[in-house]
Ligand binder design. Sequence first.
Ligand SMILES: *Cc1c(COP(=O)(O)O)cnc(C)c1O
Length: 375
Amino acid sequence: MIDFNIPPYTGTEEKYIQEAIKSRKLCGDGRFTKQCSQWMQEHLDVCHALLTTSCTHALEMAAVLTGVGEGDEVIMPSYTFVSTANAFVQRGARIVFTDIRPDNMDLDERLLEEAITERTRVIVPVHYAGIACDMDAILDLARRYDLQVVEDAAQGLTARYKGRALGTIGDYGCLSFHETKNLTMGEGGALLFQQEEALERAEIVREKGTDRSKFFRGQIDKYTWVDYGSSYLPSELNAAYLWGQFMECDRIQQDRMQTWEFYHQAFADLEQSGCLKRPVIPSYAEHNAHMYYIKVADLKTRTRLLSYLKERGIMAVFHYVPLHSSRAGQKFGRFFGEDRYTTRESERLIRLPLYYNMRPEDRERVAEAVWDFFR
Ligand SMILES: *Cc1c(COP(=O)(O)O)cnc(C)c1O
């Protein structure tokens, strides 16, 4: 059987986990957490990178930091993971879902201006498949209407927009290190931001509403409850695993890219003959081979192709059910304008197996099976 995903493992993780155990510090913000933060700051060129327990939690932190509340509106694509919306729903905000672009499945920046009302506070671009949204257009709107931008870069580690790392371009960026992402720590994530002013509040939100980070730096002599917060710092054991992954980041990325390129080449002719569509990478974007998807004619074809692959032991999967069509989506938000592409394109999409160290013969089998289906 060919799995859809196998969590990346490089072989150095155990050594670092053992070091964490021997250091007798297992709770958060020890040596490995610090090293991971520094790695992100250097490699992504961002002033602050706080390691979190998940991207869901990084999004929750970002939502708190934006200050959105009851009656405010937050614009995001309907084609995203539930956490993107939940984080803002938790603050009492209403979600305004907008349509996506059919070429790269990212939110359509051309529809955003019309969706803005006097209650709009935040825009949340989701960089689907690690392919950047058109950030210049989004930042320009944000400036003109005085809105904040929170990037859901859960899938975007090391991917870039005009040379800048995803997650470092808006006011806040959220990464995921879930086992299904390019690099992992089991469950985990990070909150990225450039503004110095946001750091103190962010540390407080992450540390149960206390000024404990300042205390540990010796800036104050006791710590207390100063504002609303929760517990968003991961254990050192998880950070140690991630450190092993960061050390091998280039190798993991090169390997994923090879599989991505292999699929992309393999399906060029099928696209030519109109059987499927391949992902489109805009010229401003450097993607990170987070995902390889194809889009077939319609839902019926997709269902048939998925079961065809499954019969051959290949675990391909579909992706998001548009949030505006879900029960919670209807309760907490509304779709703005016409759903031209969100439903239609999401029903056509299939994600193929892609993971670190995928054997060449396995990806060949996947491509062959897709070819056979269309034959
Ligand atoms: C994976 C993912 C998340 C959630 O990440 P967790 O770390 O599992 O909380 C959020 N948004 C998007 C777009 C994702 O792909």
